[in-house]
Design a protein around this ligand. Structure first.
Ligand code: CA
Ligand code: CA
Length: 111
């Protein structure tokens, strides 16, 4: 009987300590481009993670070979992207990485 009570207590404890996770509704953002790489990191040093994506092929020429920087605002939403061009010099998919590559304590974006 002691064993059954102990098992019930362990199960109840496990249930009560289970984390409650809630997600906001997803949203779509049409870029008109084939995204080949996405990274998450704080690129404006405000303590909030941002999302960065890069494209190669696109329906519109102005969306080809672009870095799309989505800055997270104080409400937890992503602002419209800031776009930067990069040169078409790769033979294959392009990728990006976020990290502090020059040791100045600020994240950098490498394509
Ligand atoms: Ca940020
Ligand atoms: Ca840096």
């Amino acid at each position: 009987m002691k064993r059954i009570v102990l098992i019930v207590l362990i199960i109840l404890l496990a249930i009560s300590t289970k984390a409650q996770i809630n997600f906001d509704a997803p949203f779509d953002y049409f870029l008109g481009a084939r995204i080949t790489s996405v990274e998450v990191g704080d690129v404006n040093n405000d303590g909030l993670n941002d999302a960065i994506a890069i494209s190669e092929y696109a329906y519109l020429d102005e969306d080809k070979y672009q870095v799309f920087v989505f800055i997270q605002n104080q409400h937890g939403q992503l602002n419209d992207p800031i776009q930067y061009s990069f040169a078409d010099s790769a033979n294959g998919d392009a990728f990006l990485k976020i990290g502090d590559f020059n040791n100045d304590n600020l994240n950098d974006i490498v394509v």
